[in-house]
Design a protein around this ligand. Sequence first.
Ligand code: ADP
Ligand code: ADP
Length: 221
Amino acid sequence: MNVVLFGPPGAGKGTQAERLAAKFAFLHLSSGDVLRAERKSGTELGARVAGYMDSGALVPDEIIVEVILARVLKADSKAGVLLDGFPRTLPQARQLDEALVGAGSRLDLVLSIVVPDELIVERITGRRMCPSTGKIYHVKYLPPKQAGICDETGEELIQRKDDTEEVVKQRLAAYHEQTEPLEVYYRQQGLLVEVDGTRDIGAVAQDMGAIVERHLGRENS
Ligand code: ADP
Ligand code: ADP
């Protein structure tokens, strides 16, 4: 079963992906994590995407499509892939569909985490991340046991360079202009299921888990 997590920046896609992947053994593919890893390794691709990411703009479709589809197609997971942050434009969505169909597979579910813009700035400016594993915390809503330190690795948490109020505004604008139209695309295909993402992390996780269970039940019946 292949699932796309959809929603604005800061909606909780990465947070929920971590939980769903642990529960259902999905391969979690985060486009943002993939790009950040390229930058950290100092690759040519990393250098090409840096300016876009730091200003809050989407990177060009042809770059991200190539990088992500290669990983989707070589994914070695019986459970399926869980895409987080991709697709973000209509051309990306169409190319994902084509690639999956070409591989004898398909997209089964799009889980849309609905959170209004008013809540996004606080979520994003309070986000902290483990520099080596990418594990996500929040200073208020999901604090580590010891302030500023990753529970799992003991490393000092970092704040993403694009997680400032100013850049968030750009990212939200990009979301409304370029990504939101995908909702209609997926709704028309009957794939979109909405989840109220304003509740606490556990409540949202429970809902999302139940939706995936229901879909798996249908597939197996
Ligand atoms: P996205 O991947 O959609 O950008 P994240 O999963 O990184 O979003 O979440 C953004 C920030 O908000 C993180 O700091 C995370 O801990 C926090 N967060 C996620 N879900 C919730 C929630 N339901 N309530 C409060 N904070 C949340
Ligand atoms: P968010 O917390 O906003 O969901 P991500 O970690 O998913 O952030 O993405 C960070 C940045 O990486 C985006 O602002 C964008 O520049 C780039 N990016 C990630 N995924 C895509 C994509 N599918 N298409 C274009 N750009 C992307």
